[in-house]
Design a protein around this ligand. Structure first.
Ligand code: DX5
Ligand code: ZN
Length: 214
């Protein structure tokens, strides 16, 4: 069963609580929370105080995508703010293995994200320490960019690497009704959709259309 994770990066930031309740009612599986630091990526969003204020608005899991460098000193704060899955970037972390252990030690699911130019080999020696792998199919920083088709090969390769482990394979960037089918066929089972979900008014219809397009 494929999961849909709307990214609140494309939501109305002045009404985030309301937007969260709306995508929850619309049948999303995860809430994808994009944290940007203006250093690892050329954009800035929000941090733990905003996430903890959002937490009471939904019971759906918070899938927190940390586009911050360094991430390790802040992991506990994101856990306390209400993250369920904490994903760090392989490129941002000098000690990826340690960060993954810290996240699991905080009782949260540990994710690793790879930028489009990062090869999947970086995952080889941490496969038994991750719960989720997040393939960036755009260069992180902004919503509304076009899917980079070369990432389909990477998704297929990672699906093989996962084998029978219970690791989720999430894809983020440029996922919409046109691209979702190929992404799922390549092996993804969690799909982030930011602009595709929030551009219209009827979130349930859009999430339904994404599922139908698979
Ligand atoms: C990009 C973010 C994505 C973004 C996706 O840096 O990590 O989660 O919101 O937006 P769309 O779905 O519009 O490509
Ligand atoms: Zn993201």
């Amino acid at each position: 069963m494929v999961k849909i994770a709307p990214s609140i990066l494309s939501a109305d930031f002045a009404r985030l609580g309301e937007e969260l309740r709306a995508i929850d009612d619309a049948g999303c599986d995860y809430i994808h929370v994009d944290v940007m630091d203006g250093h690892f990526v050329p954009n800035l969003t929000f941090g733990p105080p905003v996430i903890s204020k959002l937490r009471p608005h939904t019971k759906k899991p918070f899938d927190v995508h940390l586009m911050i460098d360094p991430a390790q000193p802040f992991l506990e704060e994101y856990a306390n703010a209400g993250a369920d899955i904490i994903t760090v970037h392989a490129e941002a972390d000098k000690h990826l293995d340690r960060s993954l252990q810290v996240i699991r030690g905080l009782g949260k699911k540990a994710g690793v994200s790879l930028n489009p130019a990062t090869p999947e080999g970086v995952l080889q020696y941490v496969m038994d320490k991750v719960d989720l792998i997040l393939v960036m199919s755009v260069n992180p920083g902004f919503g509304g960019q076009s899917f980079i088709p070369e990432q389909l090969d990477k998704i297929r390769n990672i699906r093989k690497m996962i084998g029978d482990r219970s690791i989720e394979l999430e894809v983020d960037g440029g996922v919409n009704v046109e691209t979702i089918k190929e992404v799922v066929a390549a092996g993804a089972d969690v799909l982030v959709a930011g602009s595709a979900v929030f551009k219209g008014d009827d979130y349930a219809a859009t999430i339904g259309a994404l599922r139908a397009a698979i």
